[in-house]
Write a protein that binds this ligand. Structure first.
Ligand code: KIV
Length: 274
């Protein structure tokens, strides 16, 4: 018999119960190896539709499909034993109404094993959030900057300064009232994010929204410094893997061209030793 207790995976009610406690730690993950790394340290692995830009070189998240989310969602859940997977509903998969949202959320959950979905939008999505949560689909909401609305917002701007502040507050309250188990606040001014956090009973998870949120999320490739050129103000780089990879690839290319790689130790003898 094993002496160690089995690891119980985190579920949405565990996240809601963390309101006001030790901050929730969330990173995006899109592949099995990254999910394994995230699993060791984080509460949630978010299969964000940012994967369209980060992994597939798309100009925005608009072109991400349900099939892409299912493929990457499956890869991520294979790498998790404790952290909870939350999977983004991509643009066009939920906005028509509750029935479309339910059909596609059910596919995401059934085909990936993720126990929760995330969708963008506030008051105008409340009916859909209520429909989903009443039918066994835990929803993480997402307000403030909602990247799928980049074309109506006119860019990836801060959302919630001055006259916009009340709308962000009302959006967050509407998502909570509709049954969301937590909510992402993206690129919301720090004072407003603190007021929203104080007003809600569900945890807020900030990205570019200050330290008063109940948790933080970053795109993993951003915080690992995988990109050499792109650096949003709200990202802290904890590593410089982009430069390390560049140096490693340059060294490999030089060694191949100089016939320094492969060395004798990387090859196989013609005869098996007796
Ligand atoms: O798609 C994503 O990665 C996200 C986070 C930035 C919150 O929605």
């Amino acid at each position: 018999m094993s002496a160690t207790a089995p690891v119980r995976p985190v579920l949405p009610p565990d996240i809601t119960a963390r309101k006001g406690g030790v901050p929730l730690v969330v990173l995006t993950a899109y592949t099995t190896p990254m999910a394994r790394l995230v699993d060791a340290h984080c509460d949630i692995a978010l299969v964000g539709d940012s994967l369209g830009m980060v992994l597939h070189g798309m100009p925005s998240t608009i072109g991400v499909t349900l099939e892409m989310m299912i493929l990457h969602g499956r890869a991520v859940t294979r790498g998790l034993s404790r952290a909870m997977a939350v999977i983004d509903m991509p643009f066009g998969s939920y906005e028509e109404g509750p029935a479309q949202a339910y059909r596609n959320a059910a596919r995401l959950m059934a085909e990936t094993g993720a126990p929760a979905v995330k969708l963008e939008g506030g008051q105008h999505m409340a009916e859909t959030i209520a429909f989903l949560t009443a039918r066994g689909v835990p929803v993480m909401a997402h307000v403030g900057l909602t990247p799928q609305a980049v074309n109506t917002l006119g860019g990836y701007k801060v959302v919630g300064r001055e006259a916009e502040a009340d709308k962000v507050m009302q959006d967050a309250l509407a998502c909570e009232a509709a049954g969301a188990f937590s909510i992402v606040l993206e690129k919301v001014p720090v004072g407003l994010a603190a007021r929203v956090t104080a007003a809600l009973k569900i945890p807020t998870i900030g990205i570019g929204a200050g330290v008063e949120c109940d948790g933080q999320v970053l795109v993993i490739d951003d915080m690992l410094g995988m990109f050499t050129e792109f650096r949003p103000k709200f990202v802290k780089r904890y590593a410089d893997l982009g430069h390390a990879a560049d140096e490693a690839i340059a060294a490999y290319a030089a060694e191949v061209r100089a016939r320094a790689f492969p060395g004798p130790e990387h090859g196989f003898a013609d005869q098996v030793k007796a």
